[in-house]
Design a protein around this ligand. Structure first.
Ligand code: PRX
Length: 631
């Protein structure tokens, strides 16, 4: 991948500047830093509350910051309820296209009815405030209804991405003590059926807490259903209990809205907690200012709702702003590489938000595919999930944005809830840079002692001040929260992101990548510890080390080195079988590029695997300082 850092500015057009909501970044940024609580209090005033806060921020027990303390709210009050009394009621909330080409649309009024019905169904199954409901679904409207219904009745949703294996799903169900799972019989992807219900069935066998499974019919294939455990959603929805009206539960600002599992550098994936109050204010504000949403806009975030990008910027941020959302079920290149461009043309999409991996994937088919569609409706583009290489940036800018649409390269994390470093439409852009911090955020690149590195030098990316979208912690594990994010710069009280970055002379941030043992594959976040623990569960494997190696399309690919148990010999067939083993037990997104059998692994004297040495060997680069290597 191209590594050149370009310093040329791409300036927004006069039209973009004239229509922008925020016209002066610097002065609002200064104001937001000098008056952080006031700034966030003002943003919170744009939402409705059952009861307003006593304090914007309680920072008496860092890093357990509390936002909008004393307030009563529910994100649904702002995402759905308040729109029912305005003209937004009749506006399209959701345009959905299935991969086979089926189309469903919902106005805000219709969406509210669907969510109320789903909420009533959940209540009838005994789901109540504080419960955790697991959602394992394809990208269909019911996935959104299920999430919103949980929020409405005060249950936390835990969405598990449909590309994870039954073991990964069971781990997440068990960790969250979830009693109810919502799924579908299957989904469509690349012309084939993706199994979901059968995966849930296997996961339920490993989950002692699981009692009820609600299944939405999507593909119509045969699935196994068990009496008193399995229910079809359409059957429940037809019952008198599933009425169109349902009270929204009034929540404390700090009550849990959702759990979302994500990989870290050690152990099993952890669940991060986001809350009703802070998350509402942060996602609605960042969405409004960065995507500069206008009432007539049609907005499409092509991520999966199962990831944080989907939670914050498919579902909640847009709905709180009364936006029209596009959702598509399937693969971008099915049946042809212009499926996305066709949909932009057909539905008149104004804003497209996607990942560098998706752009690189579509770029390889060439510009003739976007060119045969009318993309003139596009006004803004976005990118997220991994650094965008300048070559992909320029292609996206030229052939999709037609040199007219600024690209919002938004840097953030599951933990941050929303954009932390991002351009605004008025920001002069540099391809590959996420530009500047969002309002209220003090961000820096520092060395191991917390000293600012010089402009252009690499260091650790830290956030020095709290923000309303920040996670309330790791579910049931406060120590892990403190250790992972707040121990490296404990003396300073800063949040450590796990990323390395540079900041240039113009104050623009350039994200380089993870410095911990997290691997970003196609923008998906996976932990080496997780991958290795799956690999060593293979009956022949004694030890395993997983590393990330740059990959042209995926950003990074996974390479695994294994030592076999005594008495077993390596072979090409075994290596291939081990590749399949990881994909099967973790999910297709974790399929390694290669598994290689070796006799030994480079380790420090204390027994830690030196991944950097393995990586240098794969890439044929110098192995660096080997003084700590064991004999
Ligand atoms: O390494 C950064 C990368 O994605 C990580 C967070 O992953 P996750 O929690 O899965 O959230 C992804 C979607 C918000 C970060 O630590 N990352 C995210 N956005 C960018 C990025 N790297 C470079 N540029 C970005 N715009």
């Amino acid at each position: 991948m191209e590594k050149v850092i370009e310093q040329k500015f791409y300036h927004p057009s006069a039209e973009v500047v004239a229509n922008a909501t925020v016209k002066d970044y610097e002065s609002l940024y200064t104001y937001s830093i000098e008056n952080r609580e006031k700034f966030w209090g003002e943003q919170a005033e744009t939402l409705q509350w059952y009861k307003k806060w006593d304090n914007v921020l309680d920072d008496s027990n860092p890093p357990f910051y509390k936002w909008f303390v004393g307030a009563k709210t529910n994100i649904i009050q702002n995402a759905l309820d308040r729109h029912q009394n305005t003209a937004i009621r009749n506006k399209l909330a959701l345009i959905w296209e299935g991969e086979p080409g089926d189309l469903r649309t919902f106005s805000y009024h219709a969406l509210n009815r669907e969510v109320c019905q789903f909420a009533n169904v959940l209540k009838s199954m005994g789901v109540k405030k504080g419960d955790v409901v697991t959602i394992y679904m394809p990208q269909i409207p019911e996935q959104l209804f299920a999430m919103l219904a949980c929020a409405k009745i005060g249950a936390a949703h835990s969405v598990v991405y449909g590309g994870f294996s039954h073991e990964a799903l069971a781990d997440r169900i068990n960790d969250a003590n979830s009693r109810v799972v919502i799924t579908a019989d299957g989904g469509f992807r690349r012309g084939k059926i993706v199994e979901l219900k059968s995966v849930v069935n296997k996961a339920m066998e490993l989950s002692p807490t699981m009692e009820i499974c609600i299944t939405v019919k999507r593909t119509g294939q045969d699935v196994y259903m068990e009496n008193d455990r399995d229910y079809w959603y359409h059957d429940l929805k037809a019952l008198p209990i599933a009425g169109y009206k349902c009270e929204t539960e009034q929540m404390d600002s700090g009550d849990m809205l959702f759990l979302l599992y994500t990989s870290g550098s050690t152990g099993k994936p952890k669940a991060l907690v986001h809350t009703h109050g802070g998350f509402s204010v942060y996602t609605s504000t960042t969405y409004r200012m960065v995507f500069d949403i206008k009432p007539e806009d049609r907005y499409w975030c092509a991520a999966d709702p199962g990831w944080i990008t989907g939670h914050s910027y498919i579902v909640y941020g847009p709905l709180m702003n009364g936006a029209t959302i596009m959702l598509y079920e399937g693969a971008p290149n099915h049946p042809y590489p212009d499926r996305w461009w066709k949909m932009i043309d057909k539905y008149g999409i104004n804003i497209l938000y996607t990942s560098p991996t998706a752009i690189r994937g579509l770029m390889r088919f060439g510009e003739s595919w976007p060119k045969r569609n009318d993309l003139s409706s596009l006004r803004l583009l976005g990118s997220v999930g991994e650094p965008i290489n300048p070559e992909a940036w320029k292609w996206y800018h030229k052939y999709i944005g037609q040199e007219r649409c600024p690209i919002m390269d938004t840097w953030w994390q599951t933990e941050t809830g929303g954009f932390m470093i991002s351009p605004l439409p008025i920001t002069p852009l540099k391809p590959g840079s996420a530009t500047k911090p969002f309002f209220g955020n003090e961000v820096a690149v520092v060395d191991d002692h917390g000293i600012d590195v010089k402009p252009g030098e690499e260091g650790s990316l830290v956030i020095k001040s709290p923000w309303p979208g920040m996670t309330a912690g790791v579910y049931n594990d406060p120590n892990r929260f403190v250790d992972t994010y707040w121990s490296k710069y404990k003396a300073q009280g800063w949040y450590f992101t796990g990323d390395s970055a540079k900041c240039d002379e113009d104050g623009y941030f350039w994200i380089i990548g993870r410095v911990d043992d997290v691997i970003k594959v196609s923008g998906y976040r996976l932990g080496t510890a997780e991958i290795e623990s799956v690999m060593v569960s293979h009956p022949y494997v004694a030890e395993a080390a997983a590393i990330a190696v740059p990959h042209e399309l995926k950003g990074n690919g996974i390479h695994i080195f294994v030592i076999l148990k005594k008495g077993f010999d390596g072979s090409k067939e075994l290596e291939t079988e081990m590749v399949n083993f990881v994909a099967e037990h973790m999910g297709p997104i974790a399929r390694p590029e290669e598994v290689k059998v070796v006799d030994s692994l480079p380790k420090t004297r204390s027994g830690k695997i030196m991944r950097r040495v393995l990586k240098a060997r794969v890439l044929g680069l110098p192995e660096g300082d080997l003084s700590t290597l064991e004999e």
